[in-house]
Design a protein around this ligand. Sequence first.
Ligand code: ATP
Length: 370
Amino acid sequence: MRRSWHGGRGPATSERSRVITFDAVTKRYPDGTVAVDSLSLEAPTGEITVLVGPSGCGKTTSLRMINRMIDASEGRILLDGTPVQGIDPPTLRRGIGYVIQQAGLFPHRKIVDNIATVPYLLGWDRRKARSRAMELMERVGLDPSLAGRYPFQLSGGQQQRVGVARALAADPPVLLMDEPFSAVDPIVRTSLQEELLRLQSELRKTIVFVTHDIDEAVKLGDRVAVLRVGGRLAQVADPRTLLTEPADDFVREFLGHDRGIRRLQFVPTDGLRLRTDLTVKEGAGRGVSEPWLLVVDGDDRPLGWASGARPGELERFGTFVHGRDSMRAALDAALLSPSGCAVAVDEGGRVVGVAARESLDQALAEAAHV
Ligand SMILES: Nc1ncnc2c1ncn2[C@@H]1O[C@H](COP(=O)(O)OP(=O)(O)OP(=O)(O)O)[C@@H](O)[C@H]1O
């Protein structure tokens, strides 16, 4: 399951991370549009706070008021208790990384120099700035051989990674991310999201992340703030609470009709009852009168389901990592197989048992009462 990264190691850079506070912040544009209306919200130190909501609800405006690309009309935004309005923008932005959609890279600069932009501005010597850039490329999962290329020679996903590396270059305690992954395809988006969670487990920045995608919000956010058009806060909560107890009809509607299914991603599988009598080694006789048996190799890795009705054939299977993955993953694994059973494996991919329908049913019934 997600956020095993919460436990264990202590915050690496928390002394430098900052809490961001919106205190009754309103933004009225010159034409009279109220983009943000009396927003009060806290983005805690070292956590990911997601701003989510329909188009035009004031997410980007809220984000840009933090680094003063836009100034608030009323109210205050505080960084560790200090109003940002009192800090001059260049000084303020030195401590705030900023990542936008489609990365916003400089087209005529090589990747390494794009990443080193802020260190150059800060007057680092070229060698040190470039070596920091190379280190960051590795951190965000970019092959160092791409350093000498130009942005147009990279895929959309690679460009986004460069954008993240560039924002991290001067090790700012705060990171603002405005729909950073929305221009890439779903598979690349998933890997970028996972990479961000992995990075965050090491870096523990204070991140404010804007998206219009509720799935992304629930996956990434420690806290999720749902905004409604007119820039009013509808609810702020951790993802599980949000999915379980939406504050009103607007939030319920925004979460969508499958919020029950999504909630399963917060239900652990360690209590799921597994059967160990439904597996059989490859080449051994069936011996048991079960309609489905899972065939495993000599190393206990799953090969496929054997049905009594179609001897000699192996059917597809779905796996989940027992105890680490969520009930949503277990259910998905069950639905991927004609047996209707989910194969539980350990971190090494070896079968530890089978979650048959009865135990999935029971777990779902319990989850419904949580
Ligand atoms: N410079 C501006 N002048 C007037 N109105 C503006 C300006 N910039 C934004 N707005 C309006 O303010 C409201 C909030 O815009 P904002 O970009 O913050 O919303 P958003 O939630 O980020 O939207 P999206 O998801 O579509 O990017 C919208 O109604 C928008 O039209």
